[in-house]
Structure formats: structure tokens, C-alpha cells
Design a protein around this ligand. Structure first.
Ligand code: FMN
Length: 200
């Protein structure tokens, strides 16, 4: 599918076919593309828990205050930030480049994050936001739809996915086969209200 078509046909779908499944190869192909999403310094600080088990999806729906998308979707992808990625074995992020480049990146990561937990958290949210959009556009290319979600009880979801203490849940994205169109768009702001040439 053409990228512009994927962008314009992506909607937050609420009703998915509960009988539709994705094969492990389809999920692998999706996730292999998702991890090509950009991250600052290529630190790849996202971690993804992809849930296909119906019992776990049911539990996630309960944690999502009864919303049906997780239990009916084919896969629920929980996007998490690893808050230690900036300092964990960082040379691997540039392993295809010369050692000098790897050392420069390591030093830059340490300079930026060592004393700034907010910057670490912001980076996790940015990275997961980028990856979420990749998931949703790739889903369109696969003939599927998606729903991005933050309407869930954080602690309950953390328990369900066994979230490590060093990680943050940013959001989840449900991917599946829609059985009902999303409601009409809420109402997009005019471009002139949100986009400004050269300065505000
Ligand atoms: C970060 C985020 C969280 C969202 N959480 C939920 C949610 O919990 N449940 C839901 O039904 N939709 C959720 N949505 C979908 C939005 O309501 C939807 O994207 C918005 O109304 C625009 O509609 P569209 O995506 O169909 O263009 C969320 C969207 C985003 C980006």
C-alpha cells in the first residue's frame, strides 16, 4: 500500500474480529519492520511485549477498563521504554561503525542522561511514539487495522506483562481485522491552526 494511503486510511478502530489470528511469521515480519523505527543516537530504547494468548488479552481488556479492542484484536503490542538503555552495553548501538564513532556516542549518551531522569523518560516516550506509528502504518499495509491505547490501569498492566522495574509502559497498540469502521473523524483542526511556516 502507498504510504499516503496508509496514513489517510489509518483509524483508531474499536471493533475487531475476535476470530482473526496472525501467524508467528506475520508478527515477526511486522516486528522486524517496527524495530527499524528511529531512536535518538540509535539507542533502541523501546521494548515490545506482543500478546497473542487469549487469556492474557482478556486480562488486558479488564485492565483497559473493559475496552474490547485488546481481547478481540489479533495481537496487543505493549510498548515499553527501557530506562537503562542509554547506559547498557551502548557500543552495540553503533557496532557497524568504527570504534571512535561508538565511543563518541557512548560519551554523548552519558552526558545527556546521567543526571537527567526526565530526559530518559522523554526519550522513551518519543521512541515508543515513533514505533507506534510504524506499527499502525505497517498494519494497514498488511490489510489490517489498529487502535493506539493509553486507557488502562498502569499497575494492572505492569503486573500482567511482568514489567521490569527499570522499564516504563508508554502505550499499547492493538492490531487486528476490523469488523466495523471507526466512527467518522472527530474533526481535524485546519492546517493553518497547527502548522506555521518558519516561525509561530
Ligand atoms: C496515545 C493515544 C491513546 C489512545 N487511547 C485510546 C484508548 O484507550 N481507547 C480508544 O478507544 N482509543 C484511544 N486512542 C484513539 C484516539 O481516540 C484516536 O486516535 C483519535 O480520536 C483520532 O482518531 P483516529 O485515530 O481514528 O484518526 C488513543 C490514541 C492515542 C494516540
Amino acid at each position: 500500500m502507498d504510504v499516503f494511503e496508509a496514513i489517510s486510511t489509518r483509524r483508531a478502530v474499536k471493533k475487531f474480529d475476535p476470530n482473526h489470528n496472525l501467524s508467528s511469521d506475520e508478527i515477526k515480519n511486522l516486528m522486524e519492520h517496527v524495530i527499524l523505527s528511529p531512536t535518538s543516537y540509535n539507542q533502541q530504547n523501546w521494548r515490545f511485549v506482543y500478546v497473542t494468548d487469549q487469556d492474557v488479552k482478556d486480562k488486558i481488556s479488564v485492565a483497559a477498563r473493559g475496552q474490547a479492542q485488546p481481547k478481540d484484536g489479533s495481537v496487543v503490542i505493549v510498548l515499553c521504554g527501557d530506562l537503562t538503555a542509554w547506559k547498557t552495553d551502548t557500543l552495540r548501538y553503533w557496532k557497524n561503525h568504527p570504534k571512535e564513532k561508538q565511543d563518541i556516542v557512548k560519551a554523548a549518551l552519558e552526558r545527556k542522561y546521567t543526571t537527567d531522569p526526565k530526559a530518559i523518560r522523554d526519550e522513551a516516550i518519543r521512541s515508543c511514539g515513533m514505533a507506534a506509528q510504524t506499527i499502525m502504518l505497517a498494519a494497514r499495509d498488511m490489510g489490517l487495522d489498529s487502535c493506539p491505547m493509553v486507557g488502562f490501569d498502569y499497575d494492572k498492566l505492569a503486573k500482567i506483562i511482568n514489567l521490569p522495574e527499570t522499564h516504563l509502559i508508554v502505550m499499547m497498540v492493538v492490531v487486528g481485522k476490523k469488523i466495523e469502521d471507526a466512527p467518522p473523524r472527530g474533526g481535524q483542526l485546519p492546517l493553518s491552526d497547527v502548522a506555521f511556516e518558519n516561525s509561530f
